[in-house]
Design a protein around this ligand. Sequence first.
Ligand code: PMP
Length: 451
Amino acid sequence: MLSNSLIEKDRAHYFHPVVPIRAHEERGVTIMQSGKGVFLKDAEGNELLDGFAGLWCVNAGYGHESVVEAAAEQMRRLPYATGYFHFGSEPAIELAAKLADLSPGDLDHVFFTLGGSDAVDTVIRMVRYYFNARGETSKKHFIALEKGYHGSSSNGAGLTALPVFHDKFDLPMQWQHHIASPFPYRNDATTDEEIIAQGVANLRAKVAELGAENVAAFIMELVQGSGGVIVPPEGYAKAMQDTCRELGILFIVDEVITGFGRTGPMFGCEHEDLTPDFLTTAKGLTSGYAPMGAVFVSDRIYQTIADAAPEGVPFGHGFTYSGHPVSAAVALEVIKLYEGGMIENAKTVGAYFEAQLKTLLDHPVVGDVRAKGLLAGIEIVSSKDTKAKPAKDKDVAGRLAKAGYENGVIFRAFADDVIGLAPPICITEAEVDLLIARLRATLDTILDVEG
Ligand code: PMP
């Protein structure tokens, strides 16, 4: 059988990202075969509702012929063009202009990467270059949030605050710091105002401890994704931005997940009219049809960087595949789909999704449901009163993933007993109903966490 020989090859040769390696070898790979809309088919012919849009990236859904055509057309015409040597390609230039037009504030300049990790890495390098160019050479420290995720590059993984990205990797580095996550469900502060005030106080305290003259930037996700889909109160990000401005440190927003309709509007920044100094994107930029990320740089920072090097000296940062024309053509076509109705859908069906998810709060193992548009987390507890976590030996995450699959739904089962949801933003209300029904059936299989 096709999948048996592939499973053997996978076991022998495919070093997978972010899996428990020995457990993966034992379990064997699950092979995905095709997709249409919000549904995936695996190699065994099972049809699954993809409640996680691949890895929260296939925002437009699967099987869009217009995107395939755009990629094929570009590949036929010109499969590659570098951005070095003052060269460029039509789609990369059009895409930069389009993104500058869509982006919040004065984020008018776009640097292309291959994904989110190198987008974060690019920002770190640009921030250093910027402060050195200004003669503020002591500004080296970066502050991020606990439970934050900022990629898997050597530098970004240190800003990420998840233990498995640090342990045995010699991270974080001495210039990387973390302050408490504004986690409403597990926070002594109870009101939004208190949580926001606490966040601002934490940032101030960390900057005071390091010395403002030594701090370069603060970076945050607008919804913390890989940390368990943590939705800060409305106003939190704005308060952090204001505090950064007051303290003279740069404000970086990581929209790798929240960009391109994931929380409703095109960018999460629109919820609070944020004007960050840098913004990172990837994932939904191409809807996962081709690899690409982008860093949006504010005009002020760009002008300083551009003026810094002596005439004729190149800015020493770039990738072979920066502004890849096929990925850029894909992104332009995907953005057409977003603007052609999917952003509106993300807003209306997103509100429906949030309301329907809340109905799961009556389930005996559900402690918390948190959502912003089509991005959500469901936290499993063994006691709703004490918010106690299920015992580790109950293997809630492993059992949920398995039961979900058997019930025809894919979601992310985080190790700390949170179900992560991020369906394609083209999802309909009827498909949301199906998703919720399959989730409820899945939750019914883990009633024993109550002990
Ligand atoms: N930032 C955030 C907020 C992310 O969620 C991710 C990926 N999950 C990244 C950065 C890194 O992106 P990539 O995996 O494309 O390198």
